[in-house]
Design a protein around this ligand. Sequence first.
Ligand SMILES: Cc1cc2nc3c(=O)[nH]c(=O)nc-3n(C[C@H](O)[C@H](O)[C@H](O)COP(=O)(O)OP(=O)(O)OC[C@H]3O[C@@H](n4cnc5c(N)ncnc54)[C@H](O)[C@@H]3O)c2cc1C
Length: 535
Amino acid sequence: MAKPKKNSNPEQSKVYLIGGGIASLASAKYLIDDVGMPGDNIHILEQDDILGGAMDGAGKTETGFVVRGGRMHEMHYECYWDLLKDIPSYDDPNVSVRDESYAFNKKFVSNAQARLLRDGKILDVSSFGLSLKDQTDFLKLTFVSENSLGNQRIEDWFSQAFFETNFWYIWTSMFAFQKWSSLAEMRRYMKRFIHLVEGLPRLGGVMRTKYNQYHSVILPMKRYLGERGVNFDMNTQVTDVDFNLSADKKTATVLHIVDKSGTEDEIVIGKDDYVFMTNGSITESTDNGSWSRAAVLKDKSSSGAWMLWEKIAKKDKAFGNPGVFSDAIDLQEWYSFTATMKDTTFHDHMENFTGNVDGTGGLVTMTDSNWLMSVVIARQPHFPNQPDDIKVFWGYGLYPNRKGNFVKKKMADCTGEEMLQELWYHLKVQDLMTPIMDAGKINCIPVAMPFVDSLFMPRSPGDRPDVLPKGSTNFAFLGQFAEAPKDCVFTVEYSVRCAQMAVFGLFEAGREVMPMYDSIHMPSVLLKAAKAISS
Ligand SMILES: Cc1cc2nc3c(=O)[nH]c(=O)nc-3n(C[C@H](O)[C@H](O)[C@H](O)COP(=O)(O)OP(=O)(O)OC[C@H]3O[C@@H](n4cnc5c(N)ncnc54)[C@H](O)[C@@H]3O)c2cc1C
């Protein structure tokens, strides 16, 4: 089957991007800047009233700030930094988001001094604690082919003892892999991020943005694209896509849409037009609780992304198997929380205790917490509208269905207040923090994320559609559930790479998809990683 002929006449074409996350925003940017498509030929159809998808960040002092998650980046997010090199930053139109981030990370270098705790005390992580068998298992994993692993789980490969090592605690809390996650994906991570392995115990090489990623990345992107005429069709959910499917050609023909009031409509895809769809999403069906209310665990029925992919997947086997990723919420869900404090006691305590000023420590994981709780104190302010005397931190628990060690309830059933009570217990700061809680100076918003680990579910080749399925004449899949060979999911890099693959694959852009940083073939990197793994 021939590759689609690349379009060199972009003025005649419209592109409909389903979903307003970074994958679509990146596609729009490349279409304008590299393909030469007029911005107003581009429509971003977003079901919510806000852009950014997983990259959120909102709130104010009175009601509390909230981020569902915070992103760690690294220097070799080649596509992501390429995307952001031309985007003026939130604060300064003369400095790009990339350059602002580079300067920020030069100033606030990630160097965690208290990565793992047990019984409230900092653990020595100078050794990963891997046995000879674990080390050999690692080596074997990097040598076998991905296809030979099929849909095995991590626990199928490693011994039970592996899951009690410093290495595993660092790994699972940093990337949110579970024992039952995809072994093939773990292999990709080992190979793709081998240059970071040596620094893992102190989160070396991890880069952050100045503020949360909604303000530091999404808003600047929105401004850039908006100034170039891109249409943001908000509150517009795509409920189905019609295709013309033949043996050698697949063509999207109609989008079925519905707005918030329930009004249904259709968009007919013209003969020169295109559809890019972000299939599946890890932040679908999330729910925010409050100080006094637990977040509600919702399911697929409230998710535009999963429902749409399920409908499409039934039409052609090249469109993947969404159920593999979304059918077992109990294996994918976890909960996060964001605390807003009108008091600096906790912040000051953590700076003293960890030896890290805010923004340099990153994850602090309580290894004896039943929920496997971690907290992160980002550089303050984490939000542009956050006053100096207000401190914000984020935390999460990987096992929300276990009862807490202090609060004898599942994390999933806990209010924001109860989550903090459990945290104070692990950090041994109950006496310090109870009076501040009692004085009403703290707010905490829990968030339920039913699909957050869905991208790590064990998968087989073909479960994720190719970005450009064979025979596609005018459509592409984007995001965490499209197949970008060798790259790793749960990263913004992956979504931007898909955007490059889609745009440069379908249009004459005069450039190619950026190569991945190939550290696995660098002897000096391998030597350092081997030394770290055997220490
Ligand atoms: C808690 C958490 C921590 C993370 N940590 C990191 C990290 O440390 N490092 C890192 O690199 N990445 C991290 N990520 C991952 C990263 O943020 C995401 O992978 C990435 O942002 C996904 O972008 P996307 O555009 O592919 O999809 P999404 O952000 O999921 O966007 C999809 C969009 O499409 C919309 N949509 C879906 N279906 C429809 C429909 N039918 N019609 C209309 N609109 C629709 C959704 O509302 C959403 O806005 C983290 C994510 C989370 C949630």
